[in-house]
Design a protein around this ligand. Sequence first.
Ligand code: ADP
Ligand code: MG
Length: 321
Amino acid sequence: MGIQPKVVGLGCGTLDILIRAEQLPTWEHNTRFEAISFDGGGQAATAMAAVSRLGIPAGFIGTAGNDNAADLKLRLTERYGVDLSRIAHRNSPDDAVVIVFVDAKTGERMFFGGGRQGEVPLHTDEMDREYITAADYLHLDGLHVEAAREAAQWMHAAGKTVVLDPGTSQGKVWKDHLTLLPHVDVLIGGSGFGQALSGQKDIRQAGAKAIEMGPRIFVQTEGNKGCYTITPEDSFHTPAFPVDVVDTTGAGDVFHGAYIVGLAHGWDLRRTAQFASAVSAIKCTRIGGRAGIPTFDEALAFLHTRGIDPDNGKHAHTAER
Ligand SMILES: Nc1ncnc2c1ncn2[C@@H]1O[C@H](COP(=O)(O)OP(=O)(O)O)[C@@H](O)[C@H]1O
Ligand SMILES: [Mg+2]
């Protein structure tokens, strides 16, 4: 029954319909789009697609409906080798479908979404404890919060690591997600998250507050301005890599997956942040949340040409993008 993943993601998996355009239509004026693409999305599911593409066995746990959208969303995740053997099926249409409008000028995106297939959340009884705790990392995005909290506690009882993507949603912090923090080791939020969580303007002070709530590593990503890492011992900024940006959809999700891969390789936090920044920058060069995710070799080659070698020469670089 599938592979045994080293990393398990639990949360949101969507079908994304991406439309890249200079201008959107209005009720009065029609417009044409420049490109359209179907890709899988959702924070936890896309992070697992990245983990798997980067060479580490991954599994995704969440829910799926019973219609064409559900079939396609699952197929677009399976394609990356992500194990879906523990998906819980719902006898209803899949509402986790998102229309993503991508600004052709900047590559920035906005979402036009339905639900997140969380209406009938994953129940604790639907989870396979052995399967989850056999992994080294559990990655959560706050969806199915009751099940997520239970799974995080199982992981800690097994001495394993829990990572959380708290989502940002325009600087709002979801109350539900706060209940997860005591069970989280690595907290990676998007722009404005630390400030909204802590009430502190300064990112280092915000990070220090976040760490008091449970996690031992706090990272905040800031799009093309890079990311900040804060731990009890250290704090530093990692710049983003300039690339020809086509679509930033999923940059944060892919960053999370790549970050876990860095940790799994035993790299220090500076190297891990550089690796995750490289992988997410390369992702931004193609339309779709996942289509641009590089392989491990491609990511190392990208870093290598910029004078960075996270792996200390352990892997040969065979490809360049
Ligand atoms: N325009 C960009 N150019 C280069 N790298 C980017 C760009 N946008 C995002 N990234 C990389 O992806 C990471 C996560 O992106 P971010 O935009 O903060 O997440 P989100 O997808 O939540 O908006 C950033 O820290 C950066 O390393
Ligand atoms: Mg962004």
